[in-house]
Design a protein around this ligand. Structure first.
Ligand SMILES: Nc1nc2c(c(=O)[nH]1)N[C@H]1C(S)=C(S)[C@@H](COP(=O)(O)OP(=O)(O)OC[C@H]3O[C@@H](n4cnc5c(=O)[nH]c(N)nc54)[C@H](O)[C@@H]3O)O[C@H]1N2
Ligand SMILES: Nc1nc2c(c(=O)[nH]1)N[C@H]1C(S)=C(S)[C@@H](COP(=O)(O)OP(=O)(O)OC[C@H]3O[C@@H](n4cnc5c(=O)[nH]c(N)nc54)[C@H](O)[C@@H]3O)O[C@H]1N2
Ligand code: SF4
Ligand SMILES: [Mo]
Length: 911
């Protein structure tokens, strides 16, 4: 059987066809008719069915309601009815004792619009707390406020087809080659058909997106506003501005002109670390192209100047008339699959349904009437935004937190504060689909949620396109759809708190009913979807809003903007440096970024070992010069310190990171590492307008970690035992100053491998060693052993397979230095152990010819093609992409690896 739905990962919003037998999902492919992807999927999308296999469901999903009697106590399974009674009783108690504002909701851009509507109505309508915000605060809020300030409404004015129609594309603060891969494929294909198209990429790192650019402006992090002002300065100076457009359709140009006067390209070049000529060139391309489109994401939004970065870019579009026509406009890429839906339905502290404003009494009254509140009831005004909510909890003002579909103990900055807040809360509810997220450690009540493939509703992608999400199979165990979990509690809470009127959730008893109420909230507003229905979506497929009689691909084509005057506004915000700066104590500028094949804290993508083949372990990336200057070696363990916290990680050298800077993937949390994860380091400082935290800039110090005692323990087990092995290893992470526990992609899906690596300042205790070796099953018969008690060394291993074919099933080593590092690849790659003979159990390293070369990094996930194979093929053949594709098949299926293939081709073959 087949069910059409939408990919649950990024904001490209690709359509998927789920293959299943009514009980179990068996496959997935791109929906050829979906207008976002026309059948394409990236690596993450292509592996979706593997995240819903029976093994993953049994081992890694949250299947049972669970409750903790006290913090730190073990979770106990309970039934839904008991859970609901407990939930309602606790919320009512806190409501009574401390008032509604002691309750906070922290929700997610990965919820469906219908889920958002249910949460919003429960929080604001039933409980009357103002405090409901979403992880979109970390993601899109600067884009929201930027659009509202400049254009009057939170509406990305473009469509994906603009990528194919633009004469100049400016990508800034985004790496779509990895973060929006299917859209990037459209860009690559479109570019091949439009040879004159110019591509400018603005990013402090040389990303795979930047590799494709005609011009890469590798600016100093955080200096975008100065650069944008200088680009505008250059346009004005050269006479590239569109005077008619400015006069007829905008306001505020004079003040902005005054401000950018001082931002000469020469001055900006100095501040931004660029060549002056590059700025003049970029300005010319952008302004003179018949159509110019910009694509942007977290490099702009996650900044203490997030809103200013957005408006400064929109200024450039307005001044050059690059908006409201095909191939032009400021196109904010949304991160999460339904960040847009959350904005539309007003599930955030600063928004109300239908792009309304909680600070506006008329808007509040309109929403109260829509929801069916009594005449004596009032909706609360604006509430705490994400970080402020956790700060209030840390101060003891917020006593109950209901968290859904997000993992704040991994993804919020300043983890010391966030974790103190969760600890201090009297009642933490976590509504989750997967087991074992960092936040689960702090939850008093865990509610199992249905997820992709199991739930119904809608999402809106970056281009304002609403798609249906459909259930293919029933939710496993006790899991329930998010909206339904909320409704059940809301009915009980409403009956207790507001018995005088009809219950708010009486009629909103299905996703469609919630959606119809949402539709009602949009009538007469900029996002009006009055003409749309579930039935239309069924019949005619995904549609873009606004939709009265039909959808709109492009906004502002009549050059009337959503402001009271109808004119777009130039916003003249001066450049401000990031909140922190590199100093003698913290000399490096740290950014955090995304990996191609992983999604956030990896609760879902991390269930597929194959997705760890591209970049499978956490590393801090530094420019080789910075490492050399500090005498640091690749692979060496470093202590990373910011003003807020620290973390130990190995070093990797990467010339794509500029000197003076450092880069960490944002994905690694306490699910895989000792400590609080990468956000132990980041800062909660935020943009004053959007309240979005500055996740892209922290000052960082690095030094050798001085942890000479290394320990590893690795094992292959039958796949069904993988989750239990991981649990045993994970429990040991906190015992070490450095530790990581990572899945290893295996030869097939029948075996799972987990690798635990750790380091300590002093020899580990006997008990700890015993716990670790027991965790990987290195006990009893069949364990081979080498020990040097005097030097504190121990090596244990077990073989599987017969005679000559035997390979390492498991091994542990304690106290050895890198001379035995060869055991890891031997185990990992399942190489024959026999040729190593006595070396397996003796100190020192065997001669190199006994060891096969470790596998080189994976480039193509679809066909598991590795870098060395590609280089060899390039050396053999004509060096063309066509030859690579014909011989190795890489780059022929999902296309996520095409940017990497191009890079390898351009690097040529080393002599
Ligand atoms: N594979 C994958 N794709 C994803 C996600 C994922 O987890 N994995 N998550 C999704 C989500 S929620 C989001 S929000 C998007 C994020 O998508 P992106 O924003 O494209 O991804 P990031 O890697 O976070 O950051 C983009 C770039 O900003 C650059 N940058 C850092 N500081 C600055 C600066 O000061 N100025 C400029 N101009 N650039 C800067 C970084 O070097 C980085 O290359 O990705 C979505 N897609
Ligand atoms: N340092 C740093 N930190 C960052 C960023 C960065 O660039 N750098 N980026 C920020 C950004 S842009 C974002 S969007 C956030 C993302 O941060 P999070 O929202 O914490 O990311 P996820 O890991 O995707 O968390 C979503 C959770 O929902 C669960 N889930 C999946 N499906 C369902 C469902 O249907 N129902 C329910 N109830 N749960 C479900 C998943 O198992 C997962 O644990 O991270 C932010 N944090
Ligand atoms: S680009 Fe990839 S992750 Fe994003 S929606 Fe499409 S398939 Fe999913
Ligand atoms: Mo995001």
């Amino acid at each position: 059987m087949e069910t059409r739905s939408t990919c649950p990962y990024c904001g490209v919003g690709c359509g998927v066809v789920i293959e299943h037998d009514g009980q179990q999902i068996t496959g997935v492919r791109g929906d050829p008719e979906h207008p976002a992807n026309f059948g394409r999927l990236c690596t993450k999308g292509q592996n979706l069915h593997r995240t819903a296999s029976p093994m993953v469901i049994q081992g890694q999903r949250l299947l049972q309601v669970q409750r903790r009697a006290a913090r730190g106590a073990a979770l106990q399974p309970i039934e839904w009815d008991e859970a609901n009674s407990h939930l309602v009783a606790e919320l009512l108690r806190i409501h009574r004792e401390h008032g509604p504002a002691a309750i906070g909701f922290y929700i997610s851009g990965q919820l469906l619009t219908e889920d958002y509507c249910a949460f919003n109505k429960l929080a604001r309508g039933v409980l009357k707390t103002p405090h409901i915000d979403s992880n979109s605060r970390l993601c899109m809020s600067s884009a929201v406020v930027g659009y509202k300030q400049s254009l009057g409404a939170d509406a990305p004015p473009c469509s994906y087809e603009d990528v194919e129609q633009a004469d100049c594309i400016l990508i800034t603060g985004a790496n779509p080659a990895w973060a929006h891969p299917v859209l990037f494929r459209r860009l690559e294909v479109g570019r091949a058909k439009r040879p004159g198209q110019k591509l400018i990429v603005i990013d402090p790192r040389r990303t795979e997106t930047a590799e494709l650019a005609d011009l890469h402006l590798q600016l100093q992090p955080g200096t975008d506003v100065a650069l944008m002002h200088a680009l505008l300065h250059a346009c004005i100076w050269q006479g590239f501005t569109d005077a008619d457009f400015i006069r007829e359709h905008t306001e505020g140009f004079e003040a902005l002109k005054e401000l950018v006067r001082e931002w000469t390209p020469a001055r900006a070049a100095k501040l931004c670390g660029l060549k002056e000529a590059e700025i003049w060139q970029a300005a010319e391309w952008f302004a003179r192209a018949p159509s110019s489109l910009s694509l942007y994401c977290q490099g702009l939004n996650q900044s203490s100047s997030g809103t200013a970065k957005n408006t400064a870019l929109i200024n450039l579009h307005l001044a050059t008339g690059q908006i409201g026509k095909p191939g032009a406009g400021p196109f904010s890429l949304t991160g999460q699959p339904n960040a847009m839906g959350g904005r539309e339905s007003g599930g955030m502290a600063t928004l109300l349904p239908g792009h309304r404003d909680p600070a506006n009494a008329t808007h509040r009254a309109e929403v109260a009437a829509l929801w069916g509140l009594g005449a004596d009831e009032q909706l609360p005004g604006p509430g705490h935004t994400a970080m402020a909510m956790f700060e209030a909890a840390a101060r003891g003002e917020i006593k109950a937190l209901w968290i859904a579909c997000t993992n704040p103990a991994q993804s919020l900055p300043d983890q010391a504060l966030v974790r103190a807040a969760l600890q201090r809360c009297e009642f933490v509810v976590l509504q989750e689909a997967f087991a074992g997220t960092a936040t689960a450690d702090f939850a008093d009540l865990l509610l199992p949620a249905a997820t992709w493939g199991e739930k119904e509703g809608t999402v809106t992608n970056s281009e304002r396109r609403i798609s249906r999400v459909r259930a293919a199979v029933p939710a496993p165990g006790q899991a329930r759809a998010d909206w339904a979990i909320v409704r059940e509690a809301a009915l009980r809470l409403d009956a207790a708190l507001n018995p005088q009127r009809a219950p708010l959730f009486a009629a909103t008893d299905s996703p469609e009913a919630l959606w119809l109420e949402h539709r009602e909230s949009t009538l007469g507003r900029d996002l009006d979807i009055g003409g749309l229905s579930y039935e239309t979506l069924e019949r005619s497929g995904p549609q873009q809003w606004p939709y009265q009689q039909s959808g709109k691909a492009r906004l502002y084509t009549d050059h009337r903007f959503a402001t009271p005057s109808g004119r777009a506004r130039f916003i003249a915000t001066p450049y401000r440096a990031p909140a922190e700066s590199a100093s003698a104590k913290f000399p490096l500028q740290l950014t955090t970024s995304r990996l191609r094949d992983q999604w956030h804290a990896m609760s879902r993508s991390g269930t597929v070992p194959g997705l760890f083949a591209h970049e499978g372990a956490p590393v801090l990336k530094l420019h080789p010069q910075d490492a050399a200057r500090r005498r640091l070696q690749a692979g060496e363990l470093l202590r990373l310190q910011s003003a807020r916290g620290e973390l130990v990680l190995p070093l990797a050298l990467d010339a794509g990171v500029a000197p003076g800077q450092a880069d960490l993937p944002m994905h690694w949390g306490s699910e895989f590492l000792a400590g609080a994860g990468i956000n132990a380091l980041t800062s909660g400082v935020r943009c004053p307008d959007s309240q979005q935290p500055e996740l892209k800039f922290s000052a960082l110090a690095v030094e050798p970690a001085q942890l000479p005692w290394r320990i590893s323990a690795c094992a292959w087990v039958p796949a069904a035992q993988g989750a239990a092995l991981r649990e045993r290893l994970r429990a040991l992470l906190p015992a070490f100053a450095f530790a990581q526990c990572l899945p290893v992609p295996g030869p097939d899906e029948t075996q799972q491998g987990w690798a635990f690596e750790a380091a300590l300042a002093a020899p580990p205790s006997k008990e700890l060693v015993a716990q670790l070796t027991a965790a990987v099953g290195l006990e009893g018969a069949g364990v081979h052993r080498y020990a040097d008690a005097g030097r504190g060394r121990l090596r244990l291993l077990r073989l599987q397979g017969e005679g000559d074919a035997a390979a390492l099933q498991a091994f542990a080593r304690v106290g050895e230095q890198d001379e035995a590092a060869w055991l890891q690849p031997l185990w990992r790659e399942g190489q024959r152990a026999a040729p190593l003979g006595r070396w397996l159990l003796s100190p020192g390293a065997p001669p190199a010819e006994l060891l096969s070369a470790p596998r080189s990094p994976q480039v193509c996930n679809c066909f598991d093609v590795r870098e060395d194979q590609i280089r060899a093929c390039l050396a053999r053949g004509d060096g063309s992409l066509a030859t690579l594709q014909a011989e190795l098949k890489c780059g022929t299926q999902c296309g996520s690896c095409l940017p990497a293939l191009r890079r390898l081709m351009s690097e040529g073959v080393p002599a």
